[in-house]
Design a binder for this molecule. Sequence first.
Ligand SMILES: [Zn+2]
Length: 101
Amino acid sequence: MKKLGQQNCASCGEMKRCRHRDFSPHAWAVLLHWEEISTPVVGQPLCNGCYTELRDLLIDRAEDIETVISNGLAEKEQSLIEEALAGRAPIIDQPDVQMTL
Ligand SMILES: [Zn+2]
């Protein structure tokens, strides 16, 4: 039975309490570049488990992010992100972590 406030997580597909997450476009691009997520997940609500996993990954690999961005390795992903986010505004809802990318 579907509980109030629950929906399918865009990442793992499980029926959970999901929220929009405030990852920056750079963060989404790097996650795509690493193949941690697929394009349709960008800007979509995620469950707490997936969010924590992705956020921890971004924190753990902060140096890799800089390398990817500064070397332009995620350019293709960044244009995909821009397209994805442009069609799904607003994406920011109750941020609980500020990414400074
Ligand atoms: Zn999930």
